[in-house]
Ligand binder design. Structure first.
Ligand SMILES: Nc1nc2c(ncn2[C@@H]2O[C@H](COP(=O)(O)OP(=O)(O)OP(=O)(O)O)[C@@H](O)[C@H]2O)c(=O)[nH]1
Ligand SMILES: [Mg+2]
Length: 257
């Protein structure tokens, strides 16, 4: 069977010091059915990640790399990746982490769901069948807390709205004013979820098991956590009083119940 997304999907992978995993990750994505292209957005990683991907890109026209001058944040890396993808004829623009917390094997499920008419599909830890492996309790509380607040304060229906494993249909990214997204770091993900839902797009989730990284090191700092809470409060001032109820109604639709 030819996949609906054949030759139409780009996976954006932001990297900062991911030399241990990037070659294997890119190889696995390129090995999937459907000729899925990869764009690595590297922030001049001191460990040479960008140079490694240059080597891969030289041998495969389905591999691209964007080099940025320095560590400019996860959110702006996504934006740069979206601009690259939108300037080319990709219909599905996916994002995922480089550290194998997101398994390339789940990409076809995200793309398949997007192909059935979901505008944004999230690889989700918090829907039946999803989960987390290897996280300390503190990390679980942080993630669950951020999602609960996004639901209660902003009415975000996506159960895992801090997840970076996503598939956007092209028209979503064309419709959202990306320049108006305030967050430059990790909270970009929550902010995007809020605006995508606000614009009336259909959001779906597919279960994934998030595996804590076993190589390289985390880039989440305390500052990013404070910024995420600031983002929640800032967006709260824009949310409507009944948004919580709307989000609640939409939750069932996200997993096709
Ligand atoms: N280009 C770019 N990539 C980044 C930046 N910060 C993080 N990343 C990448 O974004 C992805 C997610 O970062 P991680 O540090 O793995 O964050 P996380 O998965 O939420 O947290 P861990 O569980 O600690 O791994 C990884 O591929 C990082 O290399 C940045 O400032 N610029
Ligand atoms: Mg990670």
């Amino acid at each position: 069977m030819t996949a609906d997304w054949h030759g139409q999907a780009l996976v954006i992978v932001p990297t900062y010091n991911e030399k241990e995993s990037i070659t294997r990750l890119v190889g696995q994505i390129r090995g999937l059915a459907g000729d899925i292209h990869v764009l690595v957005v590297d922030d001049n990683s001191p460990d040479g990640t960008g140079g490694l991907v240059d080597g891969l890109a030289g041998a495969d026209t389905g591999i691209h790399v964007l080099h940025r001058a320095g560590k400019l944040g996860l959110g702006t890396a996504y934006k740069a990746g979206f601009a690259f993808g939108l300037a080319r004829p990709y219909q599905f623009l996916c994002t995922m982490d480089a550290d194998f917390s997101h398994s390339p094997e789940s990409l076809p499920a995200l793309l398949a769901k997007a192909s059935t008419g979901y505008d944004l599909v999230v690889g989700s830890r918090y829907v039946p069948g999803g989960g987390v492996e290897g996280w300390p309790t503190s990390r679980k509380i942080l993630s669950a807390g951020a999602n609960l607040l996004a639901h209660l304060l902003l009415g975000v229906s996506i159960r895992d709205c801090t997840a970076g494993f996503r598939c956007y249909q092209r028209h979503v990214l064309e419709a959202i004013d990306l320049d108006a997204i305030f967050s430059s770091g990790y909270s970009f993900l929550m902010e995007m979820a809020f605006y995508v839902q606000r614009a009336g797009f259909r959001c779906g989730e597919v279960p994934i098991t998030f595996v804590n990284r076993t190589e390289g090191s985390s880039k989440i700092s305390k500052t990013e956590i404070y910024k995420a809470f600031y983002t929640l409060l800032r967006l709260r001032t824009r949310a409507l009083p009944w948004e919580w109820a709307v989000g609640k109604l939409r939750r069932k639709e996200a997993i096709g119940e």
